[in-house]
Design a binder for this molecule. Sequence first.
Ligand code: NAD
Length: 352
Amino acid sequence: MQTAVLVGCGAMSEGWLRAIAQINKGAGKTAGAPPVTLVGFVDLDADLARKRADQAGYPDAQTGTDLAGMLAALKPDIVFDIVVPQARAQVVAAAFDAGCDVLSEKPLAQDLAQARALDVHRRATGRLHAVVQNRRHLAGIRRARDFLAGGALGEIAEVHCDFFIAPHFGGFREEMRHVLLHDMAIHTFDAARFVAGIEPRRAVCLETNPAHSWFAHGASASVLFECGAGRVMSYRGSWCADGMATSWEAQWRIIGANGTLLWDGNDGFQAQTVAARTGFLHPCDPCEVPALGTPLVHEGHAGVIADFLRARATGTPPLSDARDNIRSLAMTVAAIESAETGRFVDIAADFT
Ligand SMILES: NC(=O)c1ccc[n+]([C@@H]2O[C@H](COP(=O)([O-])OP(=O)(O)OC[C@H]3O[C@@H](n4cnc5c(N)ncnc54)[C@H](O)[C@@H]3O)[C@@H](O)[C@H]2O)c1
């Protein structure tokens, strides 16, 4: 059985541990995703590491604060990286040095320089690195993607996403700069690339922190991405928007040459396509958005982790390979730079 050390035993690790238990219980259901056992738990807080190991049913796992020492002693196959974003680069580098493949929480890195340096390190050590973009493993996102790929709307021209929620997290998010763009918007940016196949070329962003915000910086942002060939993506978001909340997956309007898809981010899909090219407003007919042909075996975090295990076993890339995910990070980085400079910012495209 392949082994893993889990590092970062905070809030998100509970969701990971539930997902791992689900995968192991249903082992074999996802083709090529073998089970995994946790042999070590690391956190800056040694008591928390012990608590998580015991809670998750791993009383024999080693626990502690020294990641490099534990990796040298246990020689696991995998590191599950769930630390705060500031600690990610050092944790991933230590894992590569110890010969481990890594599944990291988002964001991949603090900036593109750090992401590129990690990629150089990954190649030098010959490891696999993937990032948790759990939205790629949600039934709604797959359904929207399949519908667009089926061509009913024709060439996609506009993707508009609204994200309005008012969470009180406490912790690192309430202190960080550009909190919405850095910590949350990447989910929607990555989902837009995945669903509609857009690859933005430049970004312009207006970011604010409303007077009533309980975050230190950047709880609200509006971003426009120019995607080439007249295509555009817009993102309007706020993390201090009480009332009339959208889904955590955002609320979407996707416009193609032949019509429009509305998706509420949950189970609500509506589409219309042009019935006849005549008159002042061309008449449109409802268009069915088919349910997923094959239901997902695992969703969200369980989907990402199962996909990573499958990728390790089969040698085919995971859906959120770090080499692809850097393009979603590049959207975030460009939006942040635009928020700081007030200008359009080109999005790097020279990723291999
Ligand atoms: N994909 C998602 O939907 C989703 C949702 C929530 C959080 N996250 C991501 O998960 C990560 C963790 O978030 P969280 O909410 O669990 O944060 P958290 O603060 O609750 O937990 C992070 C833990 O990491 C530990 N840590 C920090 N530096 C460390 C180091 N160098 N070595 C070992 N442990 C270290 C901290 O002590 C803490 O226990 C973040 O990157 C966050 O963006 C993703």
